[in-house]
Design a protein around this ligand. Structure first.
Ligand code: PAN
Ligand code: ZN
Length: 192
């Protein structure tokens, strides 16, 4: 195992640009997710697959359980049918690895689910701290008109299992209801 003290300590000033909703600087490669990267995840097939849905801006350190990985996610506002813009969502490949999200800007919902079909939906906004225990898949949803921005921190060797969510979906969806954002059962959820 590499000696963790070989990694030099560093400080990153998270500079919130309120116009862009973006945090700078970034240490590492930015991931961009467009509707085309999320085929089959929304109930309705989108007409504009090139639409940018979210960006993940990492603060990269080695992905080992000696480190805590951090990133900010910038999830743009919008809808596909009556579903709000959302992340793909995933379990951690190493199932018991936990994570937390610190809300920085915007208004969202954090949808979490276990493999046996339990689900919980929590609020996200500036100042919320969502704790995601191991074993809970997680997906963020932007229910507002502004970018939803949050900082994520998790155990470095967690890994991302997207396949289980691609196959089964989440038990619930967050949709634009007549009285605001509403949580409804996912008719396409595949329980085990
Ligand atoms: C987050 C997510 C990020 C993007 O950093 O990776 O918000 O969501 P997807 O990974 O589901 O596309 C996190 O939960 N990391 O573990
Ligand atoms: Zn995660």
């Amino acid at each position: 195992m590499t000696d963790p003290s070989e990694l030099h300590p560093f400080t990153t000033l998270l500079d919130l640009d309120l116009d862009l909703g973006a945090l700078t600087p970034v240490r590492g490669e930015v991931t961009e997710r467009r509707l085309a990267d999320m085929r089959g995840m929304y109930q309705r097939e989108p007409a504009d697959p090139e639409r940018l849905v979210y960006q993940v801006l990492p603060i990269e350190v080695p992905a080992t359980n000696a480190n805590i990985l951090c990133s900010t996610t910038l999830l743009h506002p919008g809808q596909v049918g009556d579903e709000f813009h959302m992340t793909k969502g995933h379990f951690h490949e190493v199932r018991d690895r936990g994570e937390f999200y610190l809300g920085i800007a915007g208004e969202g919902r954090l949808v979490m689910a276990t493999e046996d079909g339990r689900s919980v939906v929590e609020p996200m906004r500036r100042g919320t701290l969502n704790y995601i225990p191991g074993g809970w898949a997680h997906r963020s949803v932007n229910v507002g008109d502004e970018p939803l921005v949050f900082l994520a921190a998790y155990i470095g060797d967690a890994g991302h299992d997207y396949g289980t969510i691609e196959d089964r979906g989440f038990p619930v969806l967050v949709v634009h209801g007549s009285g605001g954002p509403a949580v409804v059962d996912n008719p396409r959820y595949r329980s085990r």
